[in-house]
Design a protein around this ligand. Structure first.
Ligand SMILES: Nc1ncnc2c1ncn2[C@@H]1O[C@H](COP(=O)(O)OP(=O)(O)OP(=O)(O)O)[C@@H](O)[C@H]1O
Ligand SMILES: [Mg+2]
Length: 743
């Protein structure tokens, strides 16, 4: 039996039709992604296509990794030379090779949203824009929107003729692009825009990639924007072997410029396109699928599809309405805990999905108290933390000193006593002489009126130059070590000795582990390579399949994934659909939210629980909401029982909450491996000053008794019975336990 026998006949048709444009339009869970991976295998195994000639594009890095894994297991060899990645990663690879043609250096920096904000702040200041009237955020949003649609600053300016407001935006957009260029940096949107630009202006480059990628496949096609569409069209215009898969009912990124027309008009753009529909859902039970179908059929702007399944009816959908978000969290966490205890499920089979990131906190508290492993996908991104950004800014400065933002971030970290007047003199000098900020620092003695400040600047420049000269023969890990030691970054935190400082040190340890892992895994590790990888980590990538923890994430992040047991939390009008959508009273916006709801429901394989709270605190205000209109679109008979009536808590809620808070630690203890032989920064000494039976003190957990110390692979594992929080097992170097003096 071949692997293709496991596909149904429509799926087979989609796999075997390899030449010319193909559109696979199908509902959730019908095997679209599965078809793509099998198609790649088929091309290589049966058609003898060189893996080198295949490109597959997915929406997140995680999906890319998953696809590579699936192809690997199907094909067994050669899959490393297939390009399987996201639009952004694909474009970075192309630009690293050819962006010089557009006047950038190939080692350009990628700006994240924080970097963009700082840059915009500078620009507004320089252009003397009143940011009380014109928000930096709205400039960035307008620029991003323009880029999604491939509108250049010049075109923007032309369109703005006569409109005072728009002219201001045009002017900021132009300045923003100018600054990016002089910093040798691109923002995320630019990655696509510049690649399209490259293809349009450099025919030989386009031709090279057209010859290279004779077969192109795109997953989640419904969420491509105009710029991405253009990229694909150019690349596939020679051989036209383009296969896209998507579901118009799952288009949920309109706010990021996704253009549903790209899928709806595929047949117009490619009149010879073969269109294949998949109608059997393999993922969910009949009940779950019925609920999803009943919700989505309320949308008018859609291609009609019918999805059916051979699966059992399955359990009915659970609907629970609570008095407060607190009770909602308590129920869900309790339910998971019970199902796991019963042996029905493992933690990793469970996902809690919600509309906004802020909804995660309540669950976190409950998980911490219940000692249940969980992971939040999204939220405060690791790389957005101050200490991580500071240290990365050092690496960026060493890698590409034209990145002014990075240089300015660290010039006074640690404090070097370089004042704002000095900095603005350097900045002026740089502008007057058309130099980058760092280049101006290098010639500090020539800057007028700089006076004694030059003495403070020179050691900084020397330090960076020294590290740069070492680049060729030291590893990134060693580089980081030197930065931490020379700047005294960790020493300063240690001296601070607060809980927050300790958390920061833990984060730095985590960063070091990341660098070590990168250097171990990469064939040719380089500083630029590391920075690139870091810049491209979407939040979703933090999801580690192997670990056994409950996953919490927004509905947007859940696209393409599946879990046996799913909770849709906060299903209230005002939350989902959001208050903004309701007041906008725009049917297309409600339809977008409804599609998001469809995505949510269809993530569930066996069990689906929908919850809502009658009252919930949002940004410090208590809101009273009705059950979401989307829930009312699900026929009653699909629910296990009518929503339960008022549940009166015996303990006043504020007391319960205070009690929860008292026990709340921002994160559950998570053992992190330590970089082998590169233990520095935090006090990673293996010499413990306590032994079994001693009373020790932990910064968060308080006092406890050491029950056991075991030499683990990389570190000592210490088991401590804490008075307040019970017994915990932890790595010695991370726990930083202090022996309490016997009286
Ligand atoms: N022919 C088949 N036989 C058995 N299982 C299948 C078949 N086709 C798909 N599946 C399974 O159904 C589930 C859904 O498949 P897949 O993720 O490819 O769907 P999808 O259409 O990409 O979903 P989504 O729209 O959510 O991205 C997976 O677990 C997959 O392994
Ligand atoms: Mg899919």
């Amino acid at each position: 039996m071949s692997i293709y026998d496991t596909l149904n006949s429509q799926q087979q048709e989609a796999v075997f039709h390899t030449e010319g444009p193909v559109l696979i339009l199908a509902g959730a869970g019908s095997g679209k992604t599965r078809v793509l991976t099998h198609r790649v295998a088929y091309l290589i195994e049966e058609k003898g296509i060189n893996p080198w000639n295949i490109m597959a594009i997915t929406f997140t890095n995680k999906a890319a990794g998953e696809m590579r894994e699936r192809v690997d297991s199907l094909v067994g060899f050669g899959s490393e030379s297939i390009w399987v990645s996201t639009f952004h990663s694909t474009c970075v690879r192309i630009l690293r090779r050819y962006i010089e043609r557009l006047g950038f250096d190939n080692n350009f920096t990628i700006y994240d949203s924080d970097d963009q904000k700082s840059l915009m702040k500078d620009i507004c200041k320089r252009l003397q824009i009143d940011t009380k009237i014109y928000k930096e955020k709205s400039f960035l949003a307008a620029i991003s929107k323009a880029k999604d649609e491939l509108i250049t600053p010049e075109e923007f300016a032309l369109k703005a003729e006569g409109d005072f407001n728009q002219k201001k935006y045009a002017c900021v957009y132009a300045e923003y692009q100018k600054q990016l260029r002089s910093n040798n940096a691109l923002d995320f949107d630019d990655l696509i825009v510049k690649t399209v630009d490259l293809f349009q202006t450099q025919p030989d480059v386009l031709e090279y990639y057209q010859e290279r990628f004779k077969y192109i496949m795109i997953d989640e096609y419904q969420d491509t924007n105009t710029a991405q569409f253009q990229f694909v069209s150019l690349l596939s215009s020679k051989y036209k072997n383009l296969c896209v898969v998507g579901d118009d009912d799952q288009s949920i990124y309109k706010f990021r410029g996704a253009n549903i027309a790209n899928i709806l008009s595929f047949e117009k753009v490619y009149p010879t396109a073969k269109v294949i529909k998949l109608e059997q859902n393999y993922r969910s039970t009949q009940n779950i699928l019925d609920a999803a179908n009943q919700v989505i059929c309320n949308n008018t702007e859609r291609k009609d599809k019918s999805l059916w399944t051979d699966n059992d009816k399955g359990d009915k959908i659970e609907l629970q309405v609570f008095n407060s978000a607190y009770e909602e969290a308590e129920f869900i966490v309790g339910d998971i805990s019970q199902k796991v205890r019963n042996g029905d499920l493992e933690y990793k089979d469970c996902a809690i999905l919600y509309r906004t990131n802020a909804q995660s906190r309540m669950f976190e508290e409950k998980f911490v108290i219940g000692n249940i492993p969980y992971k939040i996908v999204g939220g405060v991104n690791f790389y957005a933390r101050k200490e991580i950004k500071d240290l990365l800014a050092y690496l960026k400065t060493i890698d590409n000193a034209r990145d002014d933002l990075a240089v300015r971030r660290i010039i006074n970290v640690p404090r070097r006593g370089i004042g704002p007047t000095t900095l603005s003199r350097v900045q002026d000098y740089a502008l007057d002489h058309d130099l980058g900020f760092y280049d101006a620092l290098k010639v500090v003695d020539e800057i007028p009126n700089i006076g004694r400040s030059a003495v403070k600047i020179r050691p900084f420049v020397n330090f960076i130059q020294m590290l740069r000269s070492k680049l060729e023969y030291v590893s990134v890990t060693e580089l980081m070590q030197e930065i931490i030691e020379e700047t005294g970054y960790v020493k300063e935190l240690e001296a601070d000795n607060t809980e927050e400082a300790m958390q920061r040190i833990e984060n730095i340890d985590e960063l070091i582990s990341k660098i070590v892992a990168y250097e171990e895994e990469s064939e040719t590790p380089t500083l630029s390579g590391f920075l690139e990888e870091v810049a491209l980590v979407a939040d979703i990538d933090n999801l580690d399949e192997d670990s056994n923890h409950v996953v919490l994430m927004t509905l947007h992040s859940a696209k393409g994934l599946e879990f046996p047991n799913v909770y849709l939390a906060g299903m209230e009008d005002g939350i989902f659909p959001s208050y903004m959508t309701i007041v906008a009273d725009d049917p297309t916006e409600i339809e977008e939210e409804r599609r998001l709801c469809y995505v949510g429901i269809t993530r569930a394989r066996k069990w689906l629980t929908i919850t809502s709270a009658k009252q919930r605190m949002i940004r410090g205000e208590t809101q009273y909401n009705k059950v979401s209109r989307f829930v009312n679109e699900i026929p009653r008979q699909l629910f296990a029982k009518e929503p339960q009536k008022e549940k009166v808590s015996e303990v006043p809620k504020n007391l319960v909450y205070a009690a929860a808070k008292k026990n709340f630690h921002s994160k559950p203890f998570e053992a992190k491996p330590i970089a082998p032989s590169k233990n520095f920064g935090a006090n990673h000494s293996s010499g413990l000053d306590y032994s079994e039976g001693d009373t020790v003190r932990h910064m968060k957990f308080g006092e406890g008794k050491v029950l056991q110390i075991v030499q683990g692979g990389r570190d000592y594992e210490v088991t401590v019975a804490f008075e307040r929080v019970g017994t915990k097992k932890m790595f010695a170097s991370f726990a930083k336990l202090k022996k309490c003096n016997a009286i």
